[in-house]
Design a protein. Structure first.
Ligand SMILES: Nc1ncnc2c1ncn2[C@@H]1O[C@H](COP(=O)(O)OP(=O)(O)OP(=O)(O)O)[C@@H](O)[C@H]1O
Ligand SMILES: Nc1ncnc2c1ncn2[C@@H]1O[C@H](COP(=O)(O)OP(=O)(O)OP(=O)(O)O)[C@@H](O)[C@H]1O
Ligand SMILES: [Mg+2]
Ligand SMILES: [Mg+2]
Lengths: 326, 492, 288, 326
């Protein structure tokens, strides 16, 4: 009855900053951090260090994309670190023990991750197990399986081309793995921002009942999101394997908190329905720059812990103060 | 009357650039009921919130019993005897009814909560409202009407000297409303000052002594006599003459679109319901609160499962496993509880309007502009007072309701079900919604309207289905339907 | 009291560390050969968890306990618990000050770390800039290995230690990041001592990525399975291979002796063998 | 006038099981676990093992009480493990380095914990930092400070009476530390159930706005709850010190997840407002019995991880299945 008018018209779009939604505070925090570090140490402000930081955040960045999806729908995924390890071990086993080509190993690893995510998704939707519990259980179980594959041993030695993915800086700039992360981030951003499936995540996170009544298949969306998160964790595992040229079942221990932290620092709300990839990227960068900078400054490890705590609070608290002023 | 218990002088309220209240003054005396009227978004709830200490005014002063009064928290207001029943339900679903009634001021004995006393006193309050539910029961799962009554009981349990009721009857049926009015009259006779907010004009006549009208945040008029003709009051509210409430109904086409037969819910909250709705017809569904109307329409729209019976659309039997199935077939529903089912309050209007229509964008990229344009069409068509980028939580209740309706009518549905469509909607806008309903029917849509407002069902329906305790009591034609015949069926 | 060992309790600090995992496997193999049942528990690095697990082992009436303490430093309580249950304890790798086990098997970390540092400092020509990637700060191996390397450094006044950083969980990923950042701050580094093989492997990888013009000598510690293979490919230069197989075998043998009432020395230190590309092949074939 | 609404009369209340709110499933899970273990291994069903289990859950139990409060108000506390370590180090330093009596050390340690909790509370209320971030920051900072006190070293050797608190089984049954835990649990249960301040937690967690409008001082409640949680974490640290007869700054690493898991397994909802101490006790026992039982069964460590994951899901999923039947 009512014709949809989807022509591009309307007011001039918002100030660029507004696109970042709740992440302006963290962005300011990130900028302040960078400015401070540039003055405090010569080593910080250089192309090479910038590329190093990108290298260092690749794994976290890829996982944080999946975690953003999960948190957007009001969920949580504690299993990412273990799924990462599982994927690594499956890949290593397939390639080096079963002797298949590494490409096959990568495929099998991603499938194993997807299955983990599927199990979590089914537990959350069909069996109504709270996401926290379902992913906590998967965190334990996937780690156990990862360990059992080689009885806790690491596997080393992959083809050279594989390691080169994380080493070779094409055109002197980007390694394949960093490029992969950037592509993942970009696709996720476009997906969330402009695709109807992406908008569904916001609806589900905002209020699942409203979403269901609006004809959105909440269960399917939920399952899909946990699968994506797990597959991205698996992908991060493969990147890590390339980076370390080895796989070990203890990899990714404790990564879940780092990943959730990056997402939440980036302004995505733990209660779901608000936030986005832009903020997550900032959150990931804050963590990456902070660790890099503190090491460059040669700050003692214990003091680093204190400073990291303070900076995280400042970056997020800045948002509150900014809003209060406005 | 002597000194007013409460007087407001020059109260203004701004949200950023938006001026919501402008220089409002008001006196409330002991032992009177003042009606506060105005369109959706006129500022009634805002003013109530200021009096009750939950929001601060930008300008102006208040006096309470002759003393300067500026409550910083709701607690201060409650301690002074100023009590507000909020427009939105303020209950804790996981706690018992009794705990909700005495929330924050539980009766104590020897340093611990005196549960027996608490339950006893809560039960007493409930029975004053004719509500016979054990006070030990959890609130979760109660119908909206019963929750509203608990909300009222909560206020009655406080020792109020001034009681503000912000649309307390929006979710209530006639019987519950009457029980409420008995309590209001009792309080009035005990010398309590009462501010009463409602969009139901017939109630205003019944219960209030004096009428104050707000328009766009300005106090525009006062009627000292509640016998003032409704038309005069309404014109003062909307600022223009209002011709009529209900538009003339179209003739149904005679071609049945929706056929329901033998429909029964797993919990048997409705049983063996059969009816059909023709293209161009408006079927009203009436009944007492708890009769199972909401469950029935939720089942038809795929939101709840059914245990037996069939739903046919244009002769084709439907398998409805989810709302998505129903929507795909062209059956859409406006749910009765907007806050929990109709709208994501923390999201923008534009987002909310887009959610049920995501499929209309198909595989295209959805830009912010597209969403805004889409939403702007919807809100301008249905007269929502608000902008597409506004967050739903910043809209007045009535405007939120309009958004919930508007988001569905951007599609091309075959069957539109509206459950309590005008809950909390002002008279002017209500006429607008009736126009929308009738226009839908004129376009050949089959429309179902569920309402506890008898005048409303009678006014917009070609036929009226009456449910009584889950059973189909009968279907009345327009000619035979009136207050008496409907209530007779509803109470068997 | 001459008794026989039927059931052996093995409390491992953290199976995620290759070093401990190797000992565990050696203990289990040796016990199998002797027809002894082993109950293995893994504390995942947490001291209190290990106390709980030792309690559970005692509930199962094990005849002897092989105890690899978890946490930054050895806790005394597991030994006390076992003693009060009348069960002999073989400590491996770490020993608690107040409550030592009946015997203690470990690598002489100080000496071995000195050997590793001697090797890399000499290899680098006795001069240049050096960085140290420590283990988890304050833990016994970290303290001992730092001590050993410091002794070695005294003989090389021309070597300047330009940066020292600490890992938190001894992982390869940490080694990588720490080294990457160190190279950023000090591009002309030529000597690296990483206090564990995982850290060394990470550091070597970071060096490979940075592709510096100078040659960088990297030393590790432990003789992890993967590290030995890497060593054979020249990924890094030297490590000290701890005799995990021997430790596992000896642990079982000592437990049997203790239960049988024989006397064993309270401390049995063994050397870690300096391992380079030249002699690594033997170790890969047959881990000591 | 209005007919009595039959559907809302509710079932006969007061069934004993219903008191446990959402924890019936987990309770059944716990019982099933115990029955299974009693048959599967002789060592399980004995007074001695029962007492061992109580010993083993003391630290977790005390922390879980504080966490229950936090989660009830809809918050989360990731800092408990670090605050535990901080309290231990402060106690150890005061007693063994500064040379004061151990009693003073304990007092100072509890004060230090309370201050950590206060800082978190203020960040959450005044600066509106999400609880996840505020406590994550505190987790990092408190760990750093704990490490800095002795530069990462442990402190050993406390008076004998102190260690005896965790070892001496009075009347052959309870150690002082287990007794302390039971007292903490009992007080917390009474407090939540019968004190108006306790009910306020439910109100705040159910809906902070409703609580505010009802005149409850939400900020004060929130600050109070984080202080309680931190103090209980500190108390758990002191118990742990007695148990280990030493303090080290790496203690309590990763305990936050265990603690949250115990609370959530026990049926307290992460969205706040529903749950209670009874459930938490069950959650703590499930974790304790499971770990104990798997050790007694001589299950290999890696397989244990898998089984723990599965059992946790079953215990919580049972609740869903039970509800669905009803
Ligand atoms: N937090 C807020 N920020 C911005 N605008 C607000 C906010 N709260 C209310 N408003 C605006 O203030 C105006 C008055 O709202 P109010 O809720 O007082 O109306 P009302 O008279 O109670 O209407 P209704 O009859 O629909 O309940 C509305 O236009 C609304 O959009
Ligand atoms: N979520 C729920 N859980 C349990 N019972 C419910 C729930 N929702 C409604 N009920 C009960 O089901 C019965 C039918 O309620 P329903 O809401 O359909 O009635 P209605 O006729 O639409 O009246 P109204 O909507 O005006 O309350 C009522 O007794 C109601 O209390
Ligand atoms: Mg209002
Ligand atoms: Mg209804």
């Amino acid at each position: 009855m009512v014709a949809i008018d989807i022509t591009e018209q309307g007011r001039p779009s918002g100030v660029w900053l507004r696109r970042l939604a709740g992440a302006t505070g963290p962005l300011l925090g990130l900028l302040a951090l960078c400015v401070f570090l540039s003055f405090a140490t010569d080593a910080f402000l250089s192309l090479r260090n910038g590329l190093n930081i990108l290298d260092q955040i690749t794994v976290l960045g890829i996982m944080a994309v999946g975690m953003t999806f999960v948190i957007l729908i009001g969920g949580i995924d504690l299993s990412v670190g273990s799924v990462l390890a599982l994927a690594m071990m499956v890949m290593g086993w397939t390639a080096n023990v079963a002797g298949m080509p590494l490409g096959v190993g990568i495929g099998v690893a991603l499938i194993a991750s997807a299955v983990s995510g599927l199990i979590v998704g089914l537990l959350v939707t069909i069996f109504r197990v709270p996401a926290f519990i379902a992913t906590l259980a998967m965190m334990s179980a996937a780690r156990g399986v990862a360990n059992m594959i080689t009885d806790g041993q690491q596997i080393v030695g992959f083809p050279d081309w594989f390691m080169m993915l994380a080493i070779d800086r094409h055109f002197g700039i980007l390694t394949a793995t960093v490029f992969l992360m950037l592509v993942v981030v970009l696709i996720a951003w476009l997906f969330l921002k402009f695709r109807s499936e992406g908008r569904m995540l916001y609806a589900v996170g905002g209020n699942p009942e409203v979403a269901r009544l609006a004809g959105i298949n909440v269960q399917l969306v939920t399952i899909g999101v946990y699968v994506i998160s797990a597959v991205l964790a698996g992908l991060a595992g493969i990147v890590l394997a390339a980076r370390l040229d080895s796989v070990q079942p203890s990899s990714g221990f404790g990564y879940e908190l780092d990943t959730i932290a990056a997402v939440v620092i980036g302004g995505t709300s733990l209660s779901g329905g608000a936030g986005g990839i832009g903020g997550t990227l900032i959150g990931v960068l804050i963590i990456g720059v902070l660790r890099n900078g503190l090491n460059l400054l040669n700050v003692s490890p214990f003091l680093q812990q204190v400073i990291i705590g303070i900076v995280i609070v400042l970056a997020v608290g800045a948002e509150t103060i900014r809003r209060r002023r406005a | 009357m002597t000194e007013p218990v409460l007087s407001l002088r020059g109260i203004s309220k701004r949200y950023g650039p938006l001026q919501v209240l402008k220089n409002v003054s008001l006196d409330v005396y002991a032992g009177e009921v003042v009606a506060l009227l105005g369109e959706n978004g006129a500022g009634k709830s805002t003013l109530s919130g200021i009096i009750a200490g939950s929001r601060a005014p930008s300008e102006g002063t208040m006096t309470w019993l002759g003393q300067p009064y500026a409550p910083a928290t709701p607690r201060e207001a409650i301690d002074k005897g100023v009590v507000l029943i909020h427009q939105e339900l303020q209950l804790l679903p996981e706690l018992s009814i009794a705990e909700n009634v005495f929330i924050g001021r539980w009766p104590m004995k020897n340093g611990v909560i005196d549960r027996a006393e608490m339950v006893r006193r809560a039960q007493e309050q409930l029975s004053r409202l004719n509500l016979h539910i054990p006070a030990t029961r959890k609130v979760a799962g109660l119908s909206t009407a019963n929750q509203q009554l608990i909300e009222i009981a909560k206020a009655l349990a406080l020792d109020a000297k001034l009681l503000i009721l912000d649309e307390p009857t929006a979710a209530l049926g006639g019987a519950e409303t009457e029980a409420l009015f008995n309590q209001v009259r009792k309080l009035r006779s005990e010398g309590v000052g009462i501010v009463y907010i409602s969009h139901r004009m017939e109630e205003i006549k019944q219960i209030t002594d004096r009428i104050v009208v707000l328009r766009d945040g300005v106090r525009v008029q006062e009627f000292a006599d509640s016998a003032t003709p409704v038309r005069t009051i309404v014109e003062s509210m909307v600022g223009r003459p209002l011709e009529r409430m209900f538009p003339p109904l179209p003739e149904p086409s005679g071609r049945p679109v929706l056929q329901v037969s033998g429909l029964t819910s797993p919990a048997r909250s409705f049983r063996d319901v059969s009816f059909e709705v023709q293209s161009g017809e408006i079927l009203g569904i009436a009944g007492l609160v708890g009769a199972g109307r909401t469950e029935l329409v939720r089942a038809i729209s795929g939101a709840d499962p059914i245990s037996s019976g069939t739903v046919k659309l244009n002769g084709e039997e439907l398998r409805l496993r989810s709302p998505a199935d129903a929507i795909a077939k062209g059956i859409v529903m406006v749910p009765e509880d907007r806050k929990d089912q109709g709208i994501v309050v923390t999201h923008r209007i534009s987002e909310n309007v887009v959610y049920p229509n995501l499929d209309m964008f198909g595989r295209r990229w959805i830009t912010a502009k597209m969403k805004r344009t889409f939403a702007e069409q919807a809100i301008s068509k249905f007269g929502v007072k608000g902008r597409a980028e506004q967050y739903a939580s910043d809209l007045s209740g009535g405007n939120q309701q309009k958004v919930v309706i508007a988001k569905w009518l951007m599609r091309d549905p075959k069957v539109v079900i509206l459950d309590e469509p005008t809950r909390g909607i002002d008279v002017g806008a209500r006429a607008g919604i009736y126009d929308i309903i009738v226009n839908l029917a004129k376009k050949g849509v089959a429309v179902i309207v569920v309402s506890s407002d008898l005048e409303e069902v009678l006014g917009v329906s070609n036929r009226i289905l009456v449910l009584a305790q889950g059973k189909q009591a009968g279907i009345l034609d327009r000619e035979e339907a009136n207050d008496v015949s409907v209530m007779e069926l509803a109470t068997i | 009291h001459a008794a026989e060992v039927k059931k052996l309790g093995l409390a491992v600090a953290n199976l995620q560390a290759n070093f401990f995992n190797q000992i565990k496997q050696a203990v289990e193999d040796e016990a199998k050969k002797r027809g002894i049942e082993v109950v293995t528990v893994d504390a995942k690095g947490d001291g209190p968890t290990q106390v709980n697990q030792v309690q559970d082992l005692l509930t199962q009436n094990v005849d002897a306990l092989i105890y690899i303490p978890a946490g930054a430093a050895a806790a005394t309580v597991p030994v006390k618990l076992a003693k009060s249950a009348g069960i002999p304890v073989v400590n491996v790798d770490r020993n608690a000050e107040g409550a030592p086990g009946d015997t203690f098997l470990a690598t002489d970390s100080v000496t071995s770390a000195k050997a590793v540092c001697d090797y890399i400092l000499k290899e680098a020509g006795g001069k240049g800039k050096m960085v140290i990637i420590h283990g988890q700060k304050g833990t016994t191996p970290e303290v001992d290995r730092s001590k050993g390397c410091a002794q070695s450094l005294k003989a090389y006044p021309d070597v300047k230690v330009v940066a020292e950083q600490y890992s938190n969980i001894w992982s390869q990923d940490e080694g990588f990041q720490i080294m990457q950042n160190m190279l950023q701050a000090n591009p002309d580094v030529s000597i690296v001592f990483a206090q564990a093989d995982a850290l060394a492997l990470g550091a070597a990888q970071a060096i490979k990525v940075a592709n510096p013009s100078q040659k960088i000598v990297v030393g590790g510690f432990d003789g992890d399975t993967a590290a030995l293979e890497a060593l054979s490919k020249g990924v890094f230069n030297v490590t000290a291979t701890q005799q995990t197989q021997k430790m596992g075998r000896d642990a079982v043998a000592n437990a049997v002796k203790l239960v049988a009432g024989e006397k064993v020395p309270p401390v049995q230190l063994m050397d870690a063998t300096l391992t380079t590309k030249e002699n690594v092949a033997g170790f890969i074939a047959n881990h000591p």
